[in-house]
Design a protein around this ligand. Structure first.
Ligand code: ADP
Ligand code: MG
Length: 350
């Protein structure tokens, strides 16, 4: 497997749109890195730069295994690509689609057939080599696209929102299969998505992007528990924000107070924390940070989610265990362990 390095890679399009600010990114051999971010943040542009479908602005450099590939076109980079819209040849069979690149490389027919069978098995489409593309489901089409991309044994596999067009259930199945396959192959892979749960499930590391910049690079755990900014915290998962007035190491709001180490006394500040980090405590113990009234309850099967009005600007989302049964209108006392509280200085507003 090959490493990939982007050095000061920016991209300005002919119309003057700067899709990417200069970014630095290092991807280890065999690693799956997910580019995650809202629509328009520059994920596809980054992927296309790595593919050789676009070229960085002057000064940018791209290395594969230490070798400078900045000026090499896609066919010289040894990359395989999978797109959201499959991009299969509709008038060819599944087998012909998969073997397209092999035929161009003049692999003998017998060898090709063997290879097609192996690839069909790899993507769990055994025996479907003769099918026409229009006879396949969306999920099957994406498996064919994956097999086609892998057929030429690329050094790098690039996937741009490959599961976005599929329905939720299928997306989860394919995500799990893809996860196993990428691990088994040990290929360096870059996966673009705007879906944070997909990013967490697939990425060894996740690169969160925001308006043409990298907001954070880290393991799914890092990104979730130690978001580097307000933007990342908000983008990944559900995040509570409680705004109040800071002072004496506390943040005060209508329904209580939370520890908040800030020097900005008397100013508005915001604390953030995850729904699953909120503990429900018995009121009488005096252990509560805040109290409030339950506005809604959502039974989610594996947990129950409560929406609680704690007298702050936004209701607090609380995830409780399966057993708990709460009623709308009930009073509830809550505690948030200090380690679960995030405070971003940039949120302090005078
Ligand atoms: P993402 O994949 O994260 O949705 P893109 O990389 O496709 O984002 O696009 C990033 C920004 O660059 C967007 O504002 C988009 O409109 C712009 N952009 C993308 N491709 C082109 C292009 N060929 N010409 C001009 N602007 C483009
Ligand atoms: Mg895109």
């Amino acid at each position: 497997a090959v490493s990939i390095k982007l050095i000061q890679c920016a991209k300005t399009f002919a119309n003057g749109a700067q899709a990417l600010q200069p970014i630095e990114l290092e991807i280890h051999p065999g690693e799956t890195v997910v580019l995650l971010g809202p629509s328009g943040c520059g994920k596809t542009t980054t992927l296309r730069l790595i593919a050789g479908l676009e070229f960085p602005d002057a000064g940018g450099q791209i290395l594969f295994g230490g070798e400078d590939v900045t000026d090499l076109p896609i066919e010289k980079r040894g990359v395989g690509m999978v797109f959201q819209n499959y991009a299969l040849f509709p008038n060819m069979t599944v087998g012909e689609n998969i073997a397209y690149g092999l035929k161009i490389r003049k692999m003998p027919a017998a060898e090709r057939l063997e290879k097609i069978d192996a690839l069909l098995e790899m993507v769990q489409l055994q025996g479907l080599g003769q099918r026409r593309i229009d006879q396949l489901s969306g999920g099957q089409k994406q498996r064919v696209a994956l097999a086609r991309a892998l057929a030429v044994e690329p050094k790098v596999l690039l996937l741009d929102e490959p599961l976005t067009a599929l329905d939720a259930k299928l997306r989860e199945t394919l995500r799990a299969d893809l996860n196993q396959l990428l691990r088994k192959l040990g290929i360096t892979a870059i996966y673009v998505t705007h879906d944070q749960s997909e990013a967490m499930a697939l990425g060894d590391r996740v690169v969160v992007m925001e308006r043409g910049k990298i907001a954070q690079i880290g393991s799914p755990r890092d990104i979730y528990y130690r978001p580097a900014s307000h933007f990342v915290a908000d983008f990944i998962g559900t995040m509570n924000r409680v705004t109040g007035i800071a002072g004496d190491g506390r943040l005060r709001f209508g329904g209580g107070q939370l520890p908040c180490d800030t020097s900005s006394v008397g100013l508005r500040a915001t604390l953030m924390f995850r729904p699953e980090d909120v503990e429900v405590v018995a009121d009488s113990m005096g252990a509560a940070d805040m109290q409030g009234e339950i506005l809604s309850t959502f039974f989610l099967g594996d947990r129950t989610r409560l929406l609680v009005d704690v007298g702050a600007e936004q209701a607090v989302v609380v995830d409780t265990g399966r057993g708990a049964s709460w009623q709308v209108g009930e009073r509830i006392a809550l505690r948030v362990p200090e380690h679960a509280l995030l405070h971003f200085q940039d949120e302090v507003v005078a």
